[in-house]
Design a binder for this molecule. Structure first.
Ligand SMILES: NC(=O)c1ccc[n+]([C@@H]2O[C@H](COP(=O)([O-])OP(=O)(O)OC[C@H]3O[C@@H](n4cnc5c(N)ncnc54)[C@H](O)[C@@H]3O)[C@@H](O)[C@H]2O)c1
Length: 367
């Protein structure tokens, strides 16, 4: 096995690619980013210049020919995750795939199979498994602080994504249930110790962004687990004022509330405004809640460090392709539930579905 820092290539050069590049530099001892690949002229070079990444490619397949690269992270639109994962694995490199894992359960199975056959790790980039505040809540739960946990909630809300492809369900696979519900679903599943999932019920609609998308922009999902606990996942692309991310844990012996940003913010009033407050906050004048160490508080550096340590065999992956597949199955069941107006039992394997949201909208049909 190779030694020294793991050499990393990043596919993509925009929002999440910047987070990956920054995260590897915040915790630099396990890995270094040596290459970036992105098709838009100039974008890859801009990221490379910002983070002093030596090699730049416009075609990621060319980057995969670099023999010293051991791990590649995918920060491209969801519809490309499957093909990229299989290409990376067949080049003999470990894969870090951003959430949501891919578009269909068939794709998920193929990604898991190909990585297994090629003997490489498929790691699922769900940072909430590494978010320091939420990890603390899970540690307390595992120590019995709350007794038997029967209800757990996670919600993530803002006013909608930054790039056009998210709004195009052919490229994203769905609306906010797919884009941000995947975090809450993964969180509940992970927090409760990965119990079997029994059913999913979802209520959703497109309330504010009908001009932009047929994707859902407000969603409530209820997940029943075989251990008797219930997960409630609430998401919005229609909530003004920047990112809001929180959890609640209820057991027969206690309760805990976590607000990812607020405990780490400086409540601030400014007549003139200033540079940056928090992800997707539209303005910094008037009242705002600027965060510090934003990536650290999310756990992105911890996540990337963990993945590099997995590649070196120092740790066992805590966020796998199988986790991503479970989340995707719940996403599909949630859309079907909203379409049928009833609870969907798991296992759920819709035949011939091209993308999760079709379970709700029908193929390309707006309701
Ligand atoms: N974990 C999180 O909290 C989080 C946050 C944001 C995005 N994401 C995920 O990261 C992924 C990317 O999202 P984003 O916000 O960075 O999107 P973005 O639009 O900001 O960037 C997408 C990047 O993909 C590149 N790309 C497009 N087609 C490509 C191709 N054929 N080959 C190589 N690169 C290609 C684009 O050039 C661009 O650099 C998505 O799967 C998204 O769900 C995760």
């Amino acid at each position: 096995m190779a030694t020294g820092r793991v050499k990393v290539g990043i596919i993509g050069s925009q929002f999440e690619a910047d987070i990956h590049a920054a995260s590897f530099q915040i915790m630099p001892e396990e890995a270094e980013v040596v290459a970036v690949a992105s098709p838009t002229a100039g974008h890859a070079q801009e990221l490379a210049t910002r983070y002093r990444i030596p090699r730049v490619f416009s075609d990621y397949r060319e980057m995969l020919k670099e023999s010293d690269i051991e791990m590649v992270t995918i920060t491209a639109p969801n519809s490309l995750h499957k093909q990229m994962t299989c290409d990376i694995a067949r080049a003999g490199k470990h894969v870090v795939c951003e959430k949501p894992l891919c578009m269909t359960l068939e794709e998920a199975d193929e990604m898991i199979d190909v990585c297994r056959q090629q003997g490489v790790l498929l790691m699922y980039a769900e940072e909430l498994f590494f978010t320091p505040k939420y990890v603390k809540a899970k540690e307390m739960a595992d120590q019995g602080a709350f007794g038997k946990v029967h209800l757990i909630k996670q919600s993530e809300k803002h006013f909608g994504p930054h790039a056009a492809w998210f709004w195009d369900v052919e490229r994203s696979g769905g609306g906010v249930w797919m884009d941000m519900g995947c975090h809450g679903i993964a969180f509940c599943y992970w927090f409760l110790g990965r119990p079997k999932v029994e059913s999913v019920y979802c209520q959703m609609g497109t309330y504010v962004h009908k001009d932009k998308t047929i994707g859902d922009d407000e969603t409530i999902g209820i997940i029943e687990f075989a251990n008797g606990a219930v997960g409630m996942v609430e998401n919005s692309w229609a909530k003004r004022g920047g990112m809001d991310d929180r959890i609640e844990v209820y057991g027969d012996q206690g309760v805990s509330y976590g607000n990812l940003h607020m405990g780490n913010a400086l409540p601030t009033y400014s007549e003139r405004g200033y540079g940056y407050a928090v992800e997707k906050a539209p303005s910094t004048s008037g009242w705002s809640y600027p965060v510090f160490d934003e990536l650290w508080n999310y756990g992105f550096p911890h996540e990337m460090r963990h993945f590099a340590r997995c590649v070196r065999g120092k740790e066992t992956s805590q966020a796998t392709g199988e986790d991503g597949r479970v989340v995707l199955e719940i996403i599909c069941a949630g859309y079907a539930s909203a379409g049928q107006g009833s609870k969907i039992a798991l296992p759920y394997r819709p035949a011939g579905l091209r993308k999760p949201i079709d379970g709700w909208r029908g193929v390309g049909q707006a309701k």
